[in-house]
Design a protein around this ligand. Structure first.
Ligand code: MG
Length: 264
């Protein structure tokens, strides 16, 4: 079922199997398994090793290649919309934009299938809070599958929910986080799932992610969506947008810049 089983994902499988076993054992008397809780899909061990990424400098700022779709060029959010389809209300300033808490997630106006995505994000220097309540955002592939954005610089949380994780599915291979105030870079290779005409899954989504030039997800096969509570599942869909999360945590909002995509 899994072509690559880490200790963490094994633990996940065991937890899930245990849950299923409980449901099975009680099948005759209680056909409905107990409701899932968020903690059931969170694991903390083994911790992800820290790798210090190479230094960023002016020459390392990777601008869009000629055939890319530029989703944010530093000037405006015209390529983005809010949850109602109206203009995105996040704040644009100094070549970047910042989450405007309470205005909701924003999504690209354009939808995509397979792509290469470049996106940069920065945790503010005076960030406060801990675990998931510290610079939480997220980049949702096709509006559904979350690549976590979080301040994971010296901030412990469940490993399948730290920066570079596929939320609640796959911890990053290493923690390549830059410290607050510095720009982090994600380069993503994403293959969309395919569905049959009857809606069943034909082939799952796959993702490779580089965080500051370091591979943190290597052709990971997604098990479905990335809910806070519950197990991942697939629901048939077509092309979808890049969606950025306005997370409800009370910490200072994070910023994004230099976003471009090449369809594959
Ligand atoms: Mg998030």
């Amino acid at each position: 079922m899994f072509h690559f089983v880490t200790r963490s994902s094994l633990k996940f499988v065991c937890v899930a199997a245990g849950w299923l076993a409980v449901g099975h054992a009680n099948a005759q008397t209680t056909p409905t398994p107990p409701p899932m809780k968020a903690e059931m899909t969170e694991f903390w061990e083994p911790e992800v090793k820290v790798t210090t990424p190479g230094a960023a400098n002016a020459n390392a700022f990777l601008t869009a290649p000629s055939d890319a779709i530029v989703l944010f060029d530093g000037k405006d959010l015209s390529k983005w919309k809010d949850q109602d389809g109206g203009a995105a209300k996040w704040d644009v300033k100094d070549g970047a934009f910042t989450v405007k808490k309470g205005t909701g997630d924003i999504s690209t106006r354009q939808d995509f299938n397979d792509y290469q995505l470049h996106i940069e994000w920065r945790i503010p220097t005076d960030i406060q809070g801990q675990s998931q309540a510290r610079g939480n955002s997220g980049i949702f592939m096709q509006g559904i599958y979350e690549l976590q954005v979080l301040d994971s610089y010296g901030n412990r949380t469940y490993v399948n929910g730290q920066a570079g994780s596929i939320y609640k599915q796959s911890p990053p291979l290493v923690n390549a986080m830059r410290k607050p105030g510095e720009w982090n870079v994600y380069d993503v290779l994403y293959t969309a799932p395919r569905f049959r005409e009857n809606g069943s899954l034909f082939s799952p989504a796959r993702i490779t992610v580089l965080h500051n030039g370091v591979v943190v997800q290597h052709d990971f096969t997604l098990r479905g969506d990335t809910p806070y509570i519950g197990l991942p599942k697939y629901t048939a869909h077509g092309k979808g947008p890049i969606r950025l999360q306005d997370h409800g945590d009370p910490s200072k909002p994070i910023s994004f810049r230099n976003i471009w995509l090449r369809e594959l």
